[in-house]
Design a protein around this ligand. Structure first.
Ligand SMILES: Nc1ncnc2c1ncn2[C@@H]1O[C@H](COP(=O)(O)OP(=O)(O)OP(=O)(O)O)[C@@H](O)[C@H]1O
Length: 453
């Protein structure tokens, strides 16, 4: 691949190549011949098709989505079908790609979603017939010698999360002790999936091992407002802020659940399986991002129900917060013949998260105090309900978090009715009757104009 003679300006310049099919790429920055000057990002990207063992550029330019890319060179150790891709952070770095041809992955011929599932997930026709990437891609470790840990920002069952710096960039560093290597590997695998870059998903910058302790490390974007749970316990929000949080949350989940095939690479649907307000982060622009994919299941087309089944754990051993778990997961009545049930379990959790958000919206409590931040069912069952209590309350009695009466009774136009319906349709007892995350997102978007509270 030949690199054009550089005519580099200040800021990032990338080699530019596109086709009429990808005219969107032009929006990422001004183009002059074969060079693009990036408007918002420091990253160049390149997609190459491998033809007779050689990479032939198909698409090059500035990265469309703002986010980090820590490798100055265009390098990949992963080959998906006949395509390779890189992101890099030096001028014109996307002109040439270096990759390890030995690691070319096997091709698969069919997807094992049922026809029904495909329809419900709105899979593009292309993904039904195309080859899919059904391998665990081997990712190279980053050199972490220049990484610094500054202060701890959170911790969970498996890892501690630090604010840190890496090559001058402020990052979040999720450190897994050596005995949590399995959790690290599972989460890294999800972050490493093709096309997992989305504004609603924590941006993954790389992974490696600490040289001193051998601890495994994930580098992520730092969400400066912390978890949604800590955000809600400190702040209540007006309608506009609440809606932005709710829309971005459902958008991130819809993207995670999506299954598509782009540039020759398959993005499988992923079920998060541990959604809670601790596993949703808030950026300083007021949007939510999903994180903590350690319990997630990648619905790889080749894995089929048996592949998914190995991820199912007894709820007694479930690390997620029980109060977000769907009734069918609580009582164990789950049909594993389709990945659909895992996806719809996430939609139930989304409903409870939306409730948690809305209960802190000051515009929905005019004339009365905004309630303190509460977890779903906290009012009815206390802060740490047992599995047995939840089975009785949620699965058997079919109770749901209590929605303030005035949301249903006061006539405030379409807004409150719309909100109430989104909740009811997300946490429906019948998982098949629930919305999809995409549908929840669309309904939230449609609420915005009818809001005059
Ligand atoms: N990228 C980030 N930016 C800011 N804070 C973060 C980030 N990632 C995680 N945190 C904080 O660290 C906490 C723990 O992170 P995370 O849930 O990923 O850890 P975990 O050990 O996998 O947790 P769990 O027990 O839920 O499995 C989060 O609740 C959040 O407060």
């Amino acid at each position: 691949v030949s690199v054009p003679a550089p005519a580099v300006e200040q800021g990032r310049s990338c080699v530019f190549l596109t086709s009429s099919r990808n005219s969107k790429k032009m929006e990422a920055g001004r183009v002059n011949g074969t060079i693009q000057y990036c408007a918002h990002t420091n990253c160049c990207v390149g997609f190459f098709r491998i033809i007779e063992g050689q990479p032939v550029a198909e698409l090059q330019g500035c990265k469309m989505v703002v986010g980090g890319c820590l490798d100055p060179a265009c390098f990949t150790s992963t080959t998906h079908v006949d395509y390779i891709r890189c992101e890099c952070s030096s001028n014109l770095c996307n002109g040439n790609i270096t990759w390890n041809a030995e690691e070319k992955q096997p091709q698969l011929k069919h997807s094992s979603y049922s026809a029904d599932d495909k329809q419900r997930l709105s899979l593009p026709e292309e993904s039904l017939t195309s080859l899919c990437s059904c391998h665990i891609s081997k990712q190279s470790d980053m050199d972490l010698t220049s990484m610094e840990l500054q202060q701890i920002v959170g911790s969970g069952h498996f890892a501690s999360v630090w604010q840190g710096s890496y090559q001058g960039t402020t990052v979040a560093v999720k450190v897994f002790p050596t005995w949590c290597r399995q959790e690290f590997t599972a989460e890294r695998e999800v972050y490493g999936l093709p096309h997992l870059v989305h504004s609603g998903i924590a941006h993954f910058l790389g992974a490696g091992r600490k040289s001193d302790s051998g601890d495994c490390v994930l580098l992520l974007e730092l969400a400066t407002c912390g978890s949604l749970s800590s955000f809600l316990s400190k702040n209540n929000s007006d309608w506009t802020t609440t809606l932005k949080l709710a829309q971005s949350l459902s958008e991130g989940l819809a993207y995670l659940h999506s299954d598509f095939y782009r540039h020759g690479v398959h993005k499988p649907a992923v079920a998060h399986r541990d959604l809670s307000s601790n596993n949703v982060l808030v950026r300083d622009d007021g949007t939510c991002v999903l994180c903590d994919f350690g319990s997630s299941t990648i619905l790889r087309s080749c894995a089929g129900p048996h592949g998914w089944q190995r991820y199912m754990v007894n709820v007694q051993g479930q690390v997620g917060t029980l109060c977000y778990m769907a009734p069918e997961l609580l009582d164990g009545c789950v049909n594993l013949s389709s990945g659909w049930c895992l996806i719809q379990g996430d939609v139930y959790s989304l409903g409870t998260l939306l409730w948690e958000l809305l209960m802190r919206c000051s515009d929905l409590f005019i004339g009365c105090p905004v309630p303190e931040h509460r977890l779903p069912y906290e009012e009815e069952l206390g802060a740490s309900p047992s599995l047995e209590q939840l089975i009785v309350h949620v699965s058997e009695r079919r109770e749901r978090p209590s929605v303030p009466k005035h949301w249903k009774l006061i006539n405030m136009g379409c807004l409150l009715q719309g909100l109430h319906d989104i909740l009811l349709d997300s946490w429906d007892h019948d998982s098949d009757a629930r919305l999809t995350a995409q549908c929840a997102r669309d309904r939230l978007v449609s609420l915005a104009p009818c809001c005059s509270i």
